[in-house]
Design a protein around this ligand. Structure first.
Ligand code: NAP
Length: 246
């Protein structure tokens, strides 16, 4: 594939949903910045997959929950690539640490909110200026059914995702005139490491579609929101949950 000047950053691109989005972006000609927190080997696997399909990218390690780390990594990349604009950001990095509120430790509250909600701010803000100057940008936030409906044992996770949903709607209105769209995708249950401890056989009885979602199905939706064809869709939260909750 010819060298590209289209750049995309996917947080948490080393595994699960983020990896599938990286692979599809690579297949569409984007140079993909594969962010991860600690799993360098899995980030390399994502990159190998992108390259095997003829695309290219690079791994970018930083903790999205840290404002200093995120800003430093993004600014260093921008300095080394003068004139290049990261026109797509997928805020996908997320963790869950489920426990009833009654027993939730402060660290469990802050780490989950720090990763999803602070992560959205820490990564998106330094990229906004380039998108606005370029008059094109795509911001896709991976949230959750839990951020819409709330799920017991997930007060921290629901608050984090609900916060990102509200920020998606606010930011969409700030930047719409400049050709930048901001949307959120709210999956139900997706088959990844994050749900490895869940009894799928039992839970799928409650899902009208009768199965968990595959990461590639979430990635297909993200790719549509990133495409030119989705220019008039902004400030939306799109569920992908097999009919579990509407
Ligand atoms: P996953 O398989 O557990 O992968 C999580 C990814 O996030 C990994 O790449 C991980 O990097 C990265 N990450 C975690 N904390 C980070 C941090 N502080 N800084 C940078 N990267 C960090 O998760 P997933 O199931 O693909 O979930 C992806 C997103 O979808 C999350 O936001 C999650 O909340 C959301 N979601 C998932 C489901 C589901 O059923 N799976 C449902 C609804 C929403 P390392 O590899 O370095 O650890």
């Amino acid at each position: 594939m010819a060298k590209t000047n289209k750049y995309a950053l996917v947080t948490g691109g080393s595994r699960g949903i983020g990896r599938e989005i990286c692979l599809k972006l690579g297949g569409c000609g984007y140079h993909v910045l594969v962010n991860y927190k600690s799993n360098a080997a899995e980030a390399e696997k994502t990159l190998s997959g992108i390259r095997a399909a003829g695309g290219d990218g690079e791994a970018l390690q930083f903790d999205v929950a840290s404002g200093e780390e995120s800003t430093a990594a993004i600014e260093a990349w921008q300095k080394a690539h003068e004139g290049a604009c990261i026109e797509v950001v997928v805020n996908n990095a997320g963790i869950r640490d489920d426990v009833l509120m009654m027993w939730m430790e402060p660290q469990q509250w802050h780490s989950v909110i720090g990763t999803s909600l602070d992560g959205f701010y820490n990564v998106t803000r330094p990229l906004l200026k380039g998108m606005l100057v370029n008059r094109f940008g795509r911001i896709v936030n991976i949230v959750s059914l839990s951020g819409i409906k709330g799920l017991p044992g997930q007060a921290n996770y629901a608050a984090a995702k609900g916060g990102v949903i509200a920020a998606t709607k606010a930011l969409a209105q700030e930047v719409a005139k400049k050709g930048v769209t901001v949307n959120a995708i709210a999956p139900g249950f997706v088959r990844t490491d994050m749900t490895a401890d869940i009894d799928e056989a039992e839970l799928r009885k409650q899902i009208p579609a009768g199965r968990f979602c595959e990461p590639a199905e979430v990635a297909d939706l993200a790719m549509f929101l990133i495409s030119e064809q989705a220019s008039y869709i902004t400030g939306e939260v799109i569920s992908i949950n097999g009919g579990l909750y509407t």
